[in-house]
Design a protein around this ligand. Structure first.
Ligand SMILES: [Mg+2]
Length: 182
């Protein structure tokens, strides 16, 4: 039985668009090639955290292809085998936990609220075996997950090495799930 560990921000939830809007910055996805994009605006992660309240998190939009990615995973593995695992922005961003819970209830439904983990721990704690597949846009998360014995798909993003596939993310994920994960 395969089990999907699904990241939220950058995979199904458009945090980058949301934080740019909250900070009053223009957002051009293809220009955001670094995790530390906010430093270019002269601010710190603490400054971002101040904007990331419960209300901020629960009102974030889906990624443009987020629903399609989510539906693909449900169709392939069934909702009972999908777990949402999301990192908190910072250890003290408590609005992130309740805000993400509200987002899941509002956008996906109560079926998923018992399979949502908002954590500051490494996602690798969920890597039980090769049938445990992390779907995540952060390279470090994927590397740790594989090192711990699981499988991982690095979802294309402009800040990672799979950026050339950003306009075909659903196909990219489906191919790797169906024909093997490299
Ligand atoms: Mg992410």
């Amino acid at each position: 039985m395969k089990r999907i560990i699904l990241d939220m921000d950058g995979v199904i939830v458009d945090w980058m668009r949301g934080i740019h809007k909250a900070m009053g910055w223009n957002y051009v996805p293809e220009n955001e090639t670094s995790w530390t994009f906010y430093k270019n605006h002269g601010v710190t992660i603490k400054d971002l955290e101040e904007k990331c309240s419960h209300g901020f998190w629960c009102r974030l939009p889906w990624m443009p292809d987020g629903v399609e990615i989510f539906n693909l995973l449900e169709a392939l593995y069934g909702k009972e085998n999908i777990y949402l695992v999301s990192h908190q922005l910072t250890p003290t961003n408590f609005g992130g936990t309740s805000g993400k819970q509200s987002w899941v209830l509002k956008e996906i439904g109560s079926d998923y609220i018992n399979r949502l983990f908002v954590t500051t721990a490494s996602k690798s704690i969920f890597a039980c075996d090769k049938d445990c597949i992390l779907v995540d846009d952060r390279p470090e998360n994927c590397d740790e997950f594989i090192a711990a014995g699981g499988s991982a798909i690095l979802v294309p993003a402009y800040h990672n090495k799979n950026r050339d596939w950003c306009n075909q993310r659903v196909d990219f994920i489906e191919e790797r799930l169906k024909y093997g994960i490299k």
